[in-house]
Design a protein around this ligand. Sequence first.
Ligand SMILES: [Zn+2]
Ligand SMILES: [Zn+2]
Length: 341
Amino acid sequence: MRAQVFYGPGDLRYEEVAWPKPGPGEIVLKIEAALTCGTDVKVLRRGHPVMIPHVPTVFGHEFAGTVMAAGTGVTTVREGDRVVAANSAPCGECPPCLAGRANLCEHLLFVNGAYGEAIALPRRLVARNVVRLPASVPPHRAAFAEPLACALLGIERARVESGQSVVVFGHGPLGCLLAMLAAGRKARVIIVGKRGWRFERVRSLRIGEYVDAATSRDVVAEIRSLTGGRGADVTVDATGLPEVWEQAVAAAARGGSVVFFGGCAPGTTVRLDTRRMHYEELTLVGAFHHTPELIRRAVEVLESETLNPDALLTHRMELADVPRALELMSRGDALKVLIEP
Ligand SMILES: [Zn+2]
Ligand SMILES: [Zn+2]
């Protein structure tokens, strides 16, 4: 089969590789839809010891497809089933898993290989994180289950409620999904982005109100003035920039919550105003990855169409075009690119 194979930072090769075969407990999926992700761009640039422990490997991690073959002992799905799979599976046995926080599993098993014609899914993933799709959810939409589950975690961590003001810093696909979920909960949503092709596109989706950080003299002051001087009930960073983390804290209201959703570069730190932290009782939470429960909830959200992510697909390309798709992503000229093998 044809696949985009990752050999190391900056080294992606379009190659002919063997069709996968399912071992016991495994399934092989014919990939119908794969989505590019900002993480792909980061990983291609600098590698990722956790997500990609061994190279070469077929690249990409957001996908949906049809079961081509099931190994012995697989009972949850069968040949011909349409499914979506997460890009990882927790062990189910470590302390975080037992505490119901499988996103923090100490032995997360990551799976890569969305940018190929087919993928073999390991036993643990098949057992925990492969979900059968309702007929009404097409593959391109189902492939959003993984990023949507991450966004659901962020919104849950902040306990977003109806009537609250929620500021999302960052207008990438995840910033948009976070904003769409918050809007779905009837919160007032403000998205902070930076002008350019992608921000114009996001503005046209009318998810909420918009602040342009590139032209604003003071983003935090602007958010305060939009919220009657109080600041926002919830702020979410979806940029992964330490200076924006600090803005997210500064823009939160008394008693507000701040969600650190975007991962920053290793070794970076931020400064906190201790007075505000104490006297204003700010709640600061991280949000990382997803759980099997949230993957299922994401599929339910997509099925119910309370959220339709289709507008985030700005391009559609073939497998051979993945490098061009990732190039568009890194330049900010795409939200998500649908890859159809
Ligand atoms: Zn992703
Ligand atoms: Zn675990």
